[in-house]
Design a protein around this ligand. Structure first.
Ligand code: 5AD
Ligand code: SF4
Length: 444
């Protein structure tokens, strides 16, 4: 039997695309392996948000050259966001002559045919600029097999693409316009998952708050949440990512009132200075972000708010950066993904003057990480002694592993029969990132 080795970089959208790719490859008679050395197909699902992971792809691909020389029948493939950039695609083709299969994010469904051609010895390159939609506006992914990474919680796309055009970001150029799935197909997918034993869904989109705006029917993200909340047997609903600009009172209300919607909000702030935010085209100010956080916390006490922050955006001064630090102090995020600004060709910010020198960017990110680590650790320590509702998700060598509604991982002793159940856990110990606890009451 042929084997594939699949690596995924980037965000949860890509993770989910890889679940579809996996489903397709298994349906083609391939088996998965964790060892590139023994694979007949090596495939990288790439990300193009920052330069570093891109470089890593080139580096790894160079290493596979010798595998290809030893085994000419080996197929080496690259897909995902990197291939959607025209210049990057040309680079890949020129610099990596041993790569023989390239496809984009909009034609994953073509994989079986493309793979068959590559197996026949052809160098196959097929990247589409846009996703094909049927007459109802439905995406090609609707009917594809999915090999999910987990059997209790699942990713569900609700909106593809992004039309925000933040000046630093390449995503709108590679993932296309915002395109919402129809509510009925989302509801059908989630109902099917629940029937198959899934307990939790994470709704995915670059900007879930924009859900429904591009549809001709009258719907919205908060309405979709209410409809999903009504599905019997589903226990938890999560979603990511929210854009602060589009976060209206109806969504805050949904977070507060729908019992299955978990108390976790990923709300990227990107920067703490209103001047920088304006140059990023984020559509909100420091003050309006802080006000939004205040409203969310008032409506949903105890909610975990996480964020993304970029340091070293062009023209960011020490004073601007100090405003990022003070915002982080003020909000006290549960956790934060921090990034060094990486100029992306074709985006407006890459052409701005006053690019921040690399050493300054590095120094700033260290300061930011240090601050956020202190806050995250204080936060996690403060959970000791509390009772948390935990969904039992998996087992490890010491017992059970689950997550709180606020998306913190907890380890505790208990029987495997509790897998998929909600239990109440008393937190007894806090490490750097994870918690230990003991079950005080199975809820069933
Ligand atoms: N440089 C650094 N970080 C970026 N992000 C997006 N584009 C860039 C870039 N050019 C970050 C943002 C976004 C996250 C997914 O990646 O913080 O929220
Ligand atoms: Fe990377 Fe963005 Fe593509 Fe996700 S959507 S894989 S973060 S470039």
């Amino acid at each position: 039997m042929k084997k594939f080795y699949l690596r995924t970089m980037g965000c949860q959208m890509n993770d989910h695309d890889s679940e579809v790719i996996r489903g397709l490859l298994l349906s083609q008679g391939y088996d998965e392996t964790e060892e590139a050395e023994e694979a007949d197909l090596i495939l990288y699902n790439t990300c193009c948000v920052r330069e570093n992971p891109e470089r890593k792809v080139y580096g790894n691909m160079m290493n596979y050259k010798r595998l290809k020389e030893a085994r000419p029948n080996l197929i080496i493939g690259i897909c995902g966001c990197m291939t959607q950039q025209k210049e990057e695609l040309q680079n890949i083709l020129a610099q990596l002559p041993h790569v023989d299969l390239v496809f984009g994010t909009h034609n994953i469904h073509r994989l079986p045919e493309l793979l068959a051609r590559a197996e026949g010895g052809e160098r196959v390159v097929e990247v589409w600029d846009e996703a094909p939609y049927d007459e109802e506006g439905q995406d090609f992914r609707e009917s594809l097999p999915v090999e999910r990474g987990h059997r209790l919680k699942a990713f569900v796309n609700i909106i593809y693409g992004c039309t925000n055009f933040c000046t630093y970001c390449i995503v709108p150029y590679v993932r296309g316009k915002e395109h919402s799935r129809l509510p009925e197909s989302i509801i059908a997918e989630v109902s099917g998952l629940v029937e198959a034993g899934y307990k939790e869904v994470t709704l995915l989109g670059q900007n879930v708050n924009a859900y429904g705006k591009d549809l001709s029917i009258d719907t919205s993200f908060s309405r979709l949440l209410a409809e999903l909340n009504a599905i019997e047997g589903l226990q938890r609903i999560r979603f990511t990512t929210s854009h602060p600009r589009d976060m209206g009172p109806d969504l805050i209300n949904a977070l507060a009132s729908l019992e299955k919607v978990c108390e976790h909000l990923h709300l990227p702030v990107q920067a703490g200075s209103s001047t920088v935010l304006r140059r990023m085209n984020r559509g909100y100010t420091r003050e309006s972000y802080l006000e939004l956080v205040r409203q969310v916390r008032q409506a949903v006490p105890g909610i975990a708010i996480t964020t993304d922050i970029i340091v070293g955006f062009p023209g960011e001064t020490e004073e601007d950066f100090a405003e990022t630090l003070s915002l982080v102090e003020e909000v006290r995020f549960d956790s934060a993904f921090t990034f060094i600004y990486s100029p992306r060709e074709g985006t407006p910010a890459a052409r701005l003057p006053d690019q921040v020198p690399e050493e300054i960017k590095k120094e700033r990110i260290y300061r930011l990480i240090e601050l956020q680590n202190r806050i995250s650790s204080e936060y996690i320590q403060s959970m000791v002694g509390t009772h948390q509702e935990v969904l039992v998700e998996s087992t490890d060598d010491q017992g059970l592993v689950g997550r709180t509604r606020t998306n913190r991982q907890v380890h505790f002793a208990g029987s495997e029969q509790l897998l998929g159940e909600l239990v109440t856990v008393e937190i007894t110990e806090a490490g750097t990132w994870t918690l230990r606890g003991k079950i005080v009451q199975p809820q069933g």
